[in-house]
Ligand binder design. Sequence first.
Ligand code: CAA
Length: 242
Amino acid sequence: MTRVAVVTGGTRGIGHAISIALKNKGYRVAANYAGNDAAAQQFQVETGIPVYKWNVGDYDACAKGVAEITKALGPIDVLVNNAGITRDAMLHKMTPEQWREVISVDLDSVFNMSRLVIDSMRARSFGRIINISSINGRKGQMGQTNYSAAKAGMHGFTKALAFEGAAKGITVNTIAPGYINTEMVAAVPKEVLESKILPQIPVGRLGTVEEIARAVAFLAADEAGFITGACLDVNGGHYIAV
Ligand code: CAA
């Protein structure tokens, strides 16, 4: 059976690698994106993966997107909630807009998308929901009260929904990437990255997008049915949790 996977924020960064990894594993993949049409078109041409544009922070837009994908590819078996943004600022400089944007795209989206696929997953007694959180939702990070709150919120959501889905063949897990070589990390001031962040990574380098995609493919597999409510840290030893 060919399973259908949706990757939010699936045309750039970590999502780009996740979409490709799932396609290579035989999934029918749909990649959502929000803004960068040029990158999305290039991605579609290069990978053959169809792209769908909507804002994952908007419930009604998600409903339309999920309906469109379901019609084109079939019911969604694997949902990867990957879309995320940063609006870094110390709290004493953070605007309400910076707070709301991050909570909307990084956390409301997880409710929106999961809510819209859960009925169909329950009806078919199978589902995989994989939430791409962050090391900074685990350990906190200066300049990221908004992002750390959203990413920590994902962990609570994951654990609660894991209970709800367990008897229905639906697993729900988070992956918490560390600092990965993406545009998002490239936006961190160079001096901060080199003097404060890199020295804290025992493996001694940034992670690659493929290293996260590999973890997603692992959790998405039919054979991963006994892993639920878990958080998989992929961070080069930067944060080692018990
Ligand atoms: N770790 C340790 N110290 C940090 C730091 C970090 N990540 N980021 C900033 N600092 C320190 C600065 O070096 C500075 O220290 P000094 O006063 O001793 O010089 C102090 O915090 C204040 O910083 P700034 O003077 O730069 O203050 P600012 O208001 O101009 O900017 C900031 C503050 C927004 C936090 C900015 O420094 C910044 O963007 N830092 C990076 C934050 C970060 O790590 N974001 C992660 C983005 S990647 C991501 O989110 C993906 C993921 O999931 C991992």
